[in-house]
Design a protein around this ligand. Structure first.
Ligand code: 5AD
Ligand code: SF4
Length: 445
């Protein structure tokens, strides 16, 4: 590559999960420290970071079309942006990207992005660089403290407390792209949470691929888990709301269930993926639970917190899934009545055990199953929203609406709520829910 002038502006584009959003924010902070400014809206940046997702094929393919578009834009204007590919596609296909896409000058894996500033210097001098080192501990230790400057946080902020996965579900790339489970130390997390709150965050969502597997030691050196961490964060006076995502059923202990009943700041919402309602499929997926044990676990959460809204993830068309086995998934949906859910067609991922299993399901069958599943999930989401009408709750205001005096915020159950009146971003406003649609509700102050 030819040497170039140092970039003055950047754009970080994050795809996929909320952890990528968190990582994208941290990369933006690193770039800002290096004196590079965010590119103004609608303007081409000198440096573009594509923070990618590898979870399904469609998400991964997007990277190559984005690289192509960026490289072409550069040819027309005569100003080629420096392109960095970060995230899980970088981790999984770093070498392939370097070989296939000569316009990419940096490939940086999710556990190495703290070294991005050094890679930019190299790229400026014309050298291409790849860094896909693992694990994540070094990254967190090397990142500068958050919100050390005058930046403001959004009212709802993410905080990664745990990363990686040791569960090895047979369809999933995460254990390969994010590596083994690590927990960030307690003191680092309390410190980061305090900084977020000082910068204006009212709500913190604790993030991890297996967030409930977090473990650490409190100030006194006592071993604690997620429940202890949530209780400690709830003591921050100006923090109003705590959420966490995503959990595996195997990591949900009694202490965490109790916390849902006792800590008011912990919002009544639980995202607990089940993936399938059939025990043979669950076993082939290497999920360590059955449909029945999952339902019993939910019952315990609902007993602790009766107004808990439930959310889940589903995969249809896992290799070998029969029509009858798929119908078990519909059955579990009918039992649980999710407030909200995500559902996907199985996508074979290179290097995972399920990709080479017999009985790969035809696309048309997957399309049909996904449609039938989503019809039920949508039905339940609308029913949940309708059942909320008449309730009064606090809404955390996140942004302005299109109409004058209109605001959009989130209910405790993570529903989007529109309302009109006196308010500001970051306010907690007492609102009566008066009308429900499938994706949002109308409220009145
Ligand atoms: N195909 C389809 N969906 C997948 N997920 C993970 N891997 C795959 C795959 N190979 C889904 C799971 C998981 C969510 C984040 O993505 O439902 O919970
Ligand atoms: Fe993937 Fe299973 Fe780990 Fe979730 S628990 S990240 S689905 S391997």
């Amino acid at each position: 590559m030819k040497p170039t002038t140092p970039p003055r502006t950047y754009q970080v584009k994050s795809f996929g999960c909320q952890m990528n959003v968190y990582d994208g924010e941290r990369m933006a902070e690193l770039l800002a420290e290096k004196g590079i400014a965010p590119a103004p809206d609608g303007e081409e940046a000198d440096l573009v970071v594509l923070n990618t997702c590898h979870i399904r094929e469609k998400a991964a393919e997007k990277v190559y079309s984005d690289i192509g578009r960026l490289a072409k834009a550069g040819t027309e204007t005569g100003r080629k942006p420096l392109i960095a590919v970060a995230g899980c596609v970088a981790q999984a296909e770093g070498e392939e990207i370097m070989a296939r896409a000569p316009d990419v000058s940096m490939v940086v894996g999710p556990q190495a992005y703290h070294r991005l500033p050094g890679m930019i210097d190299k790229a400026v001098s014309g050298e291409r660089a790849t860094d896909t080192d693992m694990p994540a501990d070094a990254k967190f230790a090397a990142l500068p403290p958050r919100y050390s400057g005058r930046r403001k946080s959004a009212p709802s902020a993410f905080l990664t407390i745990q990363e990686g996965c040791d569960k090895f579900c047979t369809y999933c790339v995460v254990p390969y792209t994010r590596g083994a489970e690590i927990s960030r130390p307690y003191s680092q997390l309390v410190d980061e949470a305090r900084k977020l709150v000082e910068a204006g965050a009212k709500e913190i969502t604790l993030l991890g691929q297996n967030v409930s597997a977090w473990s650490g030691e409190d100030d006194k050196g006592h071993p604690i888990g997620m429940a202890g961490l949530i209780r400690a964060l709830a003591k921050l006076p100006d923090l109003a709301r705590i959420r966490y995502t995503t959990s595996h059923p195997a990591d949900m202990d009694d202490a965490l269930i109790e916390t849902h009943g006792e800590v008011e700041k912990l919002m009544p919402y639980l995202h607990l993926p089940v993936q399938s309602g059939n025990d043979r499929v669950l076993k082939a997926m290497n999920r360590s639970h059955t449909a029945e044990s999952y339902l019993r676990l939910l019952e315990r959460f609902r007993t602790a917190r009766p107004d808990l809204a439930l959310s889940g993830d589903f995969i249809v068309g896992f290799p070998g899934e029969t029509e009858a086995e798929f119908e078990d998934t519909l059955k579990i949906v009918d039992e649980v009545r999710y407030a909200q859910a995500y559902s996907f067609k199985y996508s074979p991922r290179p290097g995972t055990p399920a990709a080479t299993m017999e009985g790969q399901v035809a696309k048309e069958i997957m399309d049909d199953r996904l449609q039938r599943l989503q019809a039920r999930l949508n039905r339940d989401q609308l029913a949940f929203n309708k059942a909320s009408v008449g309730k009064t709750c606090e809404v955390l205001v996140e942004r302005k609406g299109k109409h004058p005096g209109q605001w959009l915020g989130k209910s405790p159950w993570l529903q989007s709520v529109w309302f009109k009146g006196e308010a500001a971003i970051g306010d907690l406003v007492e609102v009566e829910l008066v009308e429900a649609g499938p994706n949002s509700l109308q409220g009145e102050i």
